[in-house]
Write a protein that binds this ligand. Structure first.
Ligand SMILES: [Zn+2]
Ligand SMILES: [Zn+2]
Length: 176
């Protein structure tokens, strides 16, 4: 097992076929884009799935939910688009799961580990609109629960500013 897969497994919690696929996709994209592990938002990933591979991408490429450089567009497809803000280039990677058909879990893991990126993926540079970088937003005090919420998430109803849970609770009450 190479270092990237080891790092992914440690973060994900177990060794499975798609954590290997994700680790390889991340490593391959970083190589093709000439990018290191993202410390900030210089590298981002748009994942069209929310499976085990996404954990590997967070661990290996540093594209994470918390930093805002991982975008989940869960179409249930093994498509991972990596973009480098430095070079302005983006690489789209597709993994065809047909290779796993008729194989046991162990065999899938073995296969995923043995495939080279060229064998495993369809990869192409693509022209995409880069997502906007995450901004730091201010906080607003909710007039119902007295807790702060990000200003973009606050709703106003009858002149009161409410966090989303309070806003939805108020609407529910209104129905009764
Ligand atoms: Zn898994
Ligand atoms: Zn509230």
């Amino acid at each position: 097992m190479d270092e990237t897969v080891r790092r992914a497994v440690e973060f994900h919690g177990h060794l499975c076929p798609f954590v290997v696929v994700g680790a390889k996709a991340a490593g391959y994209a970083m190589e093709k884009l000439g990018a290191g592990r993202a410390s900030d938002e210089e590298l981002f990933c748009i994942a069209e799935t929310a499976n085990c591979a996404v954990d590997a991408i967070q661990a290996v490429a540093g594209c994470t939910l918390g930093k805002g450089n991982l975008y989940i567009r869960d179409y249930g497809k093994n498509v991972f688009i990596f973009g480098s803000r430095k070079s302005g280039r983006a690489l789209r990677i597709y993994f065809n799961p047909d290779v796993f058909k008729g194989r046991s879990f162990e065999e899938r893991v073995e296969l995923a580990l043995s495939l080279s990126p060229e064998e495993a993926f369809k990869a192409e540079f693509v022209d995409i609109e880069f997502p906007e970088e995450a901004e730091v937003r201010g906080s607003v005090l909710c007039s119902a629960c007295g807790e702060y919420a990000m200003d973009t998430k606050v709703r106003e109803i009858n002149g009161r500013k409410l966090c989303l849970p309070c806003y939805f609770a108020t609407r529910e009450e209104g129905k009764n």
